[in-house]
Design a protein around this ligand. Structure first.
Ligand code: MN
Ligand code: MN
Length: 463
C-alpha cells in the first residue's frame, strides 16, 4: 500500500468509519429540510421554538426558579432566541455558549416599494448584508416576511416556495445591449437602485394612471387585506425560491441559500438537543443582524447575552450585578460561524497553509478582521489549546483557518461582541464555498464534524 499523502490524511472522510459516513449523510438530509423551512431569521426562530418544545424545553420567562437539568427557551422580538440546559455547576462559574446567527444576506423591500414603469409593476429593494449584486439577477425569488397593520395585526407572507406557486425575479440586461455595462468595474455594473423585482404586468380595466400597479394592489388587498401604506411597517425579504440540494455525483456536498450561518445554527441546535445534563450550563444562542454588524436590538451588540445570563442567575438566586459580570467573564464561547473554503477557481486570494478547505472538518479561526486584524477577536492561545485538546479527545476532525490572504479583504463575526464580557471566545464552524451567494456549498463531512464539535463543547468542556 502506498503512503497516504499529507492532504489526504487531513480529509475528514478519510478519518471517518462507515458508520460515521452514514450518520453524516443522514444528518445532512435533516439539515437540508431545515434550510428549506427556515429562510429568514423569523422562520428559523419558529423552527427552533417548535423543535425545542418537542424536546421538552420550556420558556425561561415562565420559570420561577431554575435547577440543574432544566431545559429552557429564551426569545426576543421573534428574531433572536436561545436554548439553555442548566448545568450541575454553579452558574456563577460561567456558561458554555455556542453563538451562531440566523440572518442572511438578501434583498429587503423598501418602505415604499411598489411602482409602475413601462407597463410593468415592480418592487424596490434595499440589499441587506454583503452581496455580489449580479448574483441576484435572473433567478426565481420568493418573498418572505411579515406585514404589521396599523391596528397591530400581523400578516405572514411566504410566496414562491411551492413549486406550483408564483415566483418573482429581477430581469438582467440582455448581452446584446450590455456592451457598456460589461466594460464597467463589477462593483459599478449593477446599481443598487436597479434591483427592482417584477410583481405584475396585467393592467386593471379603468385602473387609472398606473393600471398595472393598481391591479397588483387589488390582489394584495384581496389576499392579505393590506393597503399600500402597510408596506411601511413590514419586514419583507426576497430570498432565492429554489430549494437546497445534494451536490456532486457522490452527494457529498450540500448546496443551498443561507448556509452562512444556518449551518452553524442547525448543527448547534442538534448538539444541544442531544446534550443531557452538562457540568457547566450549556447555551446555544441564535442571533440576528450579524450580517450588518450585529447592530439593532436583536443583534449581539444589544447586550442580549448579558440579559439572558442575568435572567438565568436571578432565577437561580444569585442575580446581583457583580455575580452576573463574573459569570460572563468566566464563560467560554464558540463563535459559531463559517469560514471561506479554498476555492480551486480563485487560488490567488488564498494562502494554502493557513486557509480552510471543504471536507477537512470544522475550522478553528483564531482571528478574523481586516487591514491587520482590525475589528478582530484574537483568541487567547490558552483557550485555543484547550479547544484543540477537547476536539482531539472526542475524535472531532478539525483544521485551522484564516479568511484568505493577508489584505485580500476580510470579515468579522460575533466573536468581538461576546468577547467584550471578558469571556474566552474563538471562531469555530465549517468552511463553505460561494459564501453569501444564493447557492452556498458545504461538505456533509464538515457538517457532521461541526455537530460533533459543538456537542463535545456543550456537554463536556470544563477547563
Ligand atoms: Mn456568518
Ligand atoms: Mn456572512
Amino acid at each position: 500500500m502506498s503512503e497516504m499523502g499529507e492532504e489526504l490524511k487531513r480529509n475528514a472522510w478519510m478519518q471517518m468509519n462507515e458508520e460515521e459516513v452514514q450518520a453524516a449523510y443522514l444528518f445532512a438530509d435533516s439539515y437540508i429540510d431545515f434550510l428549506d423551512r427556515a429562510k429568514t431569521e423569523r422562520e428559523a426562530v419558529d423552527y427552533i421554538r417548535h423543535l425545542s418544545q418537542e424536546h421538552g424545553f420550556t420558556a425561561l420567562d415562565q420559570a420561577d426558579t431554575i435547577k440543574p437539568g432544566d431545559k429552557l427557551y429564551f426569545e426576543a422580538k421573534g428574531k433572536v432566541c436561545a436554548l439553555i440546559i442548566v448545568g450541575q455547576q454553579d452558574l456563577q462559574q460561567g456558561i458554555n455558549l455556542v453563538a451562531s446567527h440566523i440572518d442572511t444576506p438578501r434583498l429587503d423591500l423598501k418602505p415604499r416599494p411598489l411602482y409602475e414603469a413601462e407597463g410593468l409593476s415592480l418592487l424596490k429593494t434595499h440589499y441587506y448584508g454583503g452581496i455580489k449584486k449580479y448574483q441576484w439577477l435572473a433567478i426565481p425569488l420568493a418573498l418572505h416576511g411579515v406585514i404589521v397593520k396599523k391596528d397591530g395585526s400581523q400578516v405572514q407572507v411566504q410566496l414562491g416556495e411551492d413549486e406550483n406557486d408564483l415566483v418573482f425575479t429581477i430581469a438582467d440586461l440582455l448581452p446584446h445591449l450590455a456592451k457598456e455595462q460589461m466594460e464597467q468595474k463589477m462593483v459599478d455594473a449593477i446599481k443598487g437602485e436597479s434591483l427592482n423585482a417584477l410583481i405584475g404586468s396585467r393592467p386593471e380595466i379603468n385602473g387609472g394612471k398606473d393600471p398595472v400597479k393598481s391591479a397588483v394592489m387589488k390582489l394584495l388587498e384581496q389576499h392579505y387585506g393590506i393597503e399600500e401604506d402597510d408596506f411601511t411597517s413590514a419586514e419583507l425579504q426576497f430570498v432565492p425560491a429554489f430549494k437546497a440540494r445534494h451536490v456532486g455525483l457522490d452527494r457529498s456536498m450540500v448546496g443551498g441559500f443561507g448556509q452562512d450561518d444556518r449551518i452553524c445554527a442547525y448543527t448547534s441546535l442538534k448538539a444541544i438537543l442531544d446534550t443531557s445534563v452538562p457540568q457547566r450550563t450549556a447555551v446555544c444562542l441564535f442571533a440576528d443582524k450579524e450580517e450588518i454588524g450585529s447592530s439593532g436590538n436583536t443583534g449581539l451588540q444589544s447586550l442580549i447575552v448579558e440579559l439572558l445570563v442575568a435572567e438565568l442567575m436571578q432565577k437561580a438566586g444569585c442575580g446581583d450585578y457583580y455575580a452576573v459580570r463574573k459569570a460572563l467573564a468566566d464563560s467560554y464561547c464558540l463563535s459559531a460561524d463559517v469560514n471561506g473554503a479554498v476555492d480551486p477557481n480563485y487560488l490567488d486570494v488564498f494562502e494554502k497553509m493557513n486557509n480552510s478547505y471543504l471536507g477537512r472538518g470544522v475550522v478553528l479561526t483564531k482571528y478574523t478582521g481586516s487591514r491587520g486584524k482590525y475589528d478582530s477577536n484574537d483568541a487567547n492561545p490558552e483557550f485555543v489549546g484547550k479547544i484543540r485538546r477537547l476536539f482531539d479527545e472526542n475524535r472531532v476532525v478539525w483544521q485551522v483557518g484564516e479568511l484568505g490572504k493577508v489584505d485580500a479583504g476580510g470579515g468579522g463575526t460575533v466573536a468581538q461582541y461576546v468577547a467584550r464580557y471578558g469571556m474566552e471566545v474563538v471562531d469555530c464552524g465549517p468552511a463553505i464555498l460561494g459564501m453569501h451567494s444564493p447557492f452556498e456549498i458545504s461538505s456533509k463531512a464538515d457538517i457532521y464534524m461541526t455537530y460533533q464539535a459543538y456537542q463535545a463543547f456543550l456537554s463536556s468542556f470544563a477547563d
